[in-house]
Each structure stands twice: as structure tokens, then as C-alpha cells.
Ligand binder design. Structure first.
Ligand SMILES: Cc1ncc(COP(=O)(O)O)c(C=O)c1O
Length: 357
């Protein structure tokens, strides 16, 4: 892909940048540039460009604003101690975006173009990648939207793919803490034949009211069950789930209606290397309750790009609470192993890291 680059005349000055990177938060600050490429059936993907970051001008009839034909991705760039910059398995995000595009009737962006777009934009804005201290990183948000001006319900004939970047602070400020969960029995995230496996805005829009309920119940995050039987654990609003049993086996809910997390997939490989067998299968809420009560479940954790791995504490339900499992030992070992690979502090035996510059 041929990418033209127009640099910003007024990039954020070094003083302000240092201030932002000292305490970036999440999703609050955006870098000096963005990547854009357009698609039409006649021309395919064309006009790839890096330009100064700025607002879009959209016609009020732009398709995405009405029928939500959009998909996105999320990954991070990490600075290593030697100053080099790396992303974690970007080709997996590219492949997931292709799968999401099939579900949302959007055009397929070739994975090599996805990776190239991310690489070139991160290189242009490399001064925005924070130092590794305190698990800071540069969050990368690729997204694809239907930009045709048309109010009919059919796949758009004009589509835009973009990448924006935002520095991110550590997910856990004062050290890793277990998250408390609220079990929603009213709302579900995805149904059979629905969009659960696609990374599309609608799934997140529909999760907000359940997340609000979780907060109102004094919990950090919400757990969703399957929509058919209301019995099997699916995932959290933005993380996949893992259960560690006392005999050393580990269970994670099977794919189908959940988002196929790249952290989730990496943990299956990593756990195998550490000598643990991961079973991908249906996991019921009763098994959670009984497993913790009987002591057979030693640890529960959630995982995703944002938090990497986080221990799960108490589960609150309308019928009472399931206490936190007794240990976080393997959870923290897996977390450390992943973070060490991402920040270049451990050998990358799986070949997961991709050098940007
Ligand atoms: C609904 C949902 N599940 C799981 C995940 C974890 O996926 P990943 O490990 O690729 O970040 C995410 C994170 O983006 C998510 O939004």
C-alpha cells in the first residue's frame, strides 16, 4: 500500500507531551497524526494517507451514524528499555478485523495493509510512545466505518478505515487489585447468529446499561451469560474469563458468541508452556458457585489488552454473593510472563512481538 504523509505544522510541544505522558490516563489524549484509507467497489482501497490529527466532516446522512455499520480493533505499542518500539501480535488483530468485516458486511482490509498502516503511523508519532516504567503504552485504535451518504439499509458503497493513537497509563494505578463482578441476568451481550464474535460498536452500546447496573451494585464490571439458557458464562464487557482448578486444569468459555480475545488465545499457549492444560468449553454459573464454595476453583481471572490479566474477586448476584477464590498465584505468574514479553524483559519464545522501529 502506497501511503502519503503530511506532517502536522503544530505538533504538541515537548513540554506538553511530557506532561501528558507523565499521566496519560486512558483514551483522553490523541497523537499528532492519523491514518486514513478509503474504499469503494470500483476502486477498492485507495488514497492511503497519514495526515495531522483532526475532526472528520460527515454528512448527517452518513450510513454509520444510522445503522452502525462499523468495526474496530484495539492493540498497544510498547517501548522497550533500549528505546525500540514493538506491537503485540498485530497480525491477530488484523485477522480478527477481517472476521468482523465479514459479519458486518464491510470490505476486507488485507492484513498486511492493516499492519503497515499501524506501523507507519506509530513511526510518525513515535515520540508519543511512553517509557515502559509503570506499564505505560501507546493504545492503537484501528476502525472501519460506513461513510456512504445514504439512508437505506444495505452495505455501504463507501467505507473508511482509520487508525488513531492514544497514550495509555497503567490499568492498575496502585498495583494489581481483584475486580468485583456483577452478574446481569436481565441483559445479554450476544445471541446465536448475532454479532458477539465481532468487534463492533453495537456490542458495546448494548453492554452499557448492564455496566451501569454493575456500578450501581457497587461492582467494577459486569458478567454476561448466554442468551439461550441464561446459564453459561460468556465474558465481561471487555475481557475474557479463566477458571483455575485445584488439580491444575484451567477452563475458559468456548468461542462462538464471545469476542475471541488475543490475550485469551495467548494465555492458552502460555499456560501450556507452563504445564497447564486449558479446556475451552461451556462453563456454567452453577459451576462457578459450586467450584468456589467447595474450594475446587482456586483462582479466577479476566484478560484483555487493557488490563492484560486481572484477578477476579467477589461475584455479586441477585441471589447473593460468591466469594473471591483463595489464590491469585498462577494469575499473577501468567500476568507477569505476558507483560515481560510485551516490554521485552523476557525472551519472546512464541514470536509474538512485532518490531515497529
Ligand atoms: C468484549 C471483549 N471481550 C474480550 C476482550 C479481550 O480481547 P483482547 O485480548 O484481544 O484485547 C475485549 C477487548 O478488547 C473485549 O472488548
Amino acid at each position: 500500500m502506497q501511503i502519503s504523509t503530511t506532517l502536522a505544522d503544530h505538533p504538541v510541544d515537548d513540554g506538553r507531551l511530557a506532561e501528558i505522558l507523565a499521566n496519560p490516563g486512558f483514551g483522553l489524549h490523541f497523537t499528532d497524526h492519523m491514518f486514513t484509507v478509503e474504499w469503494t467497489p470500483e476502486r477498492g482501497w485507495h488514497d492511503a494517507r497519514i495526515t495531522p490529527y483532526g475532526p472528520l466532516t460527515l454528512d448527517p446522512a452518513t450510513a454509520v451514524l444510522h445503522y452502525a455499520q462499523e468495526i474496530f480493533e484495539g492493540l498497544k505499542a510498547y517501548r522497550h528499555e533500549d528505546g525500540s518500539i514493538w506491537t503485540f501480535r498485530p497480525e491477530e488483530n488484523a485477522a480478527r478485523m477481517v472476521r468482523s468485516s465479514h459479519r458486518l458486511a464491510l470490505p476486507e482490509l488485507p492484513p498486511e495493509d492493516f499492519v503497515q498502516a499501524v506501523d507507519e503511523l506509530v513511526r510518525v508519532d513515535k515520540r508519543w510512545v511512553p517509557d515502559p516504567a509503570g506499564e505505560k503504552s501507546l493504545y492503537i485504535r484501528p476502525f472501519m466505518i460506513a461513510t456512504e451518504k445514504f439512508l437505506g439499509v444495505r452495505p455501504a458503497q463507501r467505507v473508511t478505515f482509520m487508525v488513531i493513537l492514544s497514550p495509555a497509563g497503567a490499568y492498575f494505578k496502585g498495583g494489581v487489585q481483584p475486580v468485583s463482578l456483577w452478574l446481569t441476568e436481565e441483559y445479554t451481550r450476544a445471541g446465536r447468529g448475532g454479532m458477539g464474535a465481532a468487534k463492533t460498536g453495537g456490542n458495546y452500546a448494548s453492554s452499557l446499561v448492564a455496566q451501569q447496573e454493575a456500578i450501581a451494585e457497587g461492582c467494577d464490571q459486569v458478567v454476561f451469560l448466554d442468551s439461550q439458557e441464561g446459564k453459561y458464562v460468556e465474558e465481561l464487557g471487555g475481557m475474557n474469563m479463566y477458571y483455575v482448578f485445584d488439580d491444575g486444569h484451567i477452563v475458559t468459555p468456548e468461542t462462538g458468541t464471545i469476542l475471541e480475545g488475543i490475550t485469551r488465545a495467548s494465555i492458552i499457549e502460555l499456560a501450556g508452556k507452563l504445564g497447564y492444560q486449558v479446556e475451552e468449553r461451556r462453563f456454567s454459573i452453577d459451576e462457578w458457585r459450586e467450584g468456589v464454595t467447595s474450594g475446587r476453583i482456586r483462582e479466577i481471572f479476566a484478560c484483555g489488552t487493557a488490563a492484560v490479566v486481572t484477578p477476579v474477586g467477589t461475584l455479586k448476584t441477585k441471589d447473593g454473593e460468591v466469594p473471591a477464590p483463595p489464590s491469585t498465584e498462577l494469575t499473577m505468574r501468567i500476568r507477569q510472563a505476558l507483560v515481560d514479553v510485551q516490554y521485552g524483559r523476557a525472551e519472546d519464545t512464541f514470536g509474538w512481538m512485532h518490531r515497529v522501529c
